[in-house]
Design a protein around this ligand. Structure first.
Ligand SMILES: NC(=O)c1ccc[n+]([C@@H]2O[C@H](COP(=O)([O-])OP(=O)(O)OC[C@H]3O[C@@H](n4cnc5c(N)ncnc54)[C@H](OP(=O)(O)O)[C@@H]3O)[C@@H](O)[C@H]2O)c1
Length: 276
């Protein structure tokens, strides 16, 4: 058994729900050597997604309780509206040995705790799609019975899928607006940058590759230097040069106010869905 999970006494890591997010997390854990593929067990009603787990060398089942019987650390990665019924189904199999982690957007820790036996150790993670390439931006919050040990264990595992920081639960919906939905906002910006270049005569494929690489490179500089974006923007901006002309056009289009409104709208929607 690979180091991180073994140290924690987690003989196997389980996934209830085997879709895109479960696969992304499992792939990160296996590729980073945190867990061996044969010690991963995933469940789902159909074989539609389970075949990809089998292709990674993982075990699969159609029985959710079997995952709980076999694994002490279990990720719940069904769609949010399905999760309550799944928790009720597996609750009789939950013991004090389990550490349960939900990645479902908008399902609160108190809802998770209400549906599981008292004192169950529960954590909530908000991931985003770049976990697929081990560049996720994740936050996690812990339930009433999960301590720093469980939080540290989960963080050390999820580092295989990108960055993971612990936050108060109130910030999880903000993360959904900023980073879960933010992937789509950044795609819209990347597409728009490329289309500007296409308008100016660059071939489409090249324009999209350059736009995406520009986002990647800029993000790396910001993260590696720990710089505020305003500083990097100023560094690129020669007085009277090309960039300030372009920035003026962005300000006229209200780029920053629009981006702030997008995060606000997505966060409000996440909060609204949490209350339902
Ligand atoms: N995708 C993202 O960018 C993202 C970001 C943040 C959070 N999330 C959260 O991640 C969760 C999963 O999202 P996803 O995009 O991975 O969804 P998905 O690809 O649709 O996968 C859902 C999985 O749940 C399985 N499932 C359905 N009913 C089930 C049941 N009764 N018991 C066990 N498994 C069941 C499905 O089975 P089949 O394989 O048989 O269809 C499928 O494997 C969601 O709660 C979402 O809020 C996703």
């Amino acid at each position: 058994m690979a180091a991180a999970a073994e140290e924690a006494g987690c003989r196997r890591v389980g996934f209830v729900g085997a879709g895109r997010m479960a696969e992304a997390i499992a792939q990160g854990l296996i590729q980073a050597g945190k867990v061996e593929a044969e010690h991963v067990l995933a469940s789902a009603p159909s074989d539609k997604n389970l075949c990809r787990f089998r292709a990674m060398g993982c075990q699969t089942t159609h029985s959710n309780p079997e995952v709980l019987h076999s694994c002490s650390l279990v990720f719940f990665a069904t769609k949010p509206h399905i999760l309550p019924a799944v928790l009720v189904e597996v609750a009789p199999a939950v013991t004090a040995e389990h550490i349960l982690v939900s990645v479902a957007a908008g399902v609160s820790l108190s809802t998770l705790e209400e549906l599981l036996p008292p004192t169950t150790r529960v954590l909530r993670v908000s991931p985003n799609l770049p976990c697929i390439v081990q560049e996720g931006a994740m936050v996690m919050a812990r339930g009433r019975h999960a301590g720093s040990y469980e939080a540290q264990l989960l963080r050390s595992l999820l580092e295989a899928c990108g960055q993971c920081e612990e936050v108060p639960e109130a910030q999880v919906d903000v993360h959904t607006g900023l980073s879960g939905s933010g992937v789509a906002f950044v795609c819209a910006f990347s597409e728009a940058l490329a289309e500007g270049a296409i308008k100016m005569g660059m071939p489409s494929g090249l324009a999209h590759r350059i736009a995406a690489q520009t986002l990647l490179g800029t993000a790396k500089v910001l993260l590696q230097k720990g710089q505020h974006p305003a500083q990097l923007r100023t560094d690129v901006c020669t007085p009277g040069g090309t960039t300030i002309y372009g920035l003026h056009a962005l300000e006229q289009g209200g780029l920053r106010a629009t981006a702030m409104s997008a995060v606000e709208a997505a966060t409000c929607r996440a909060r609204e869905l949490s209350r339902k």
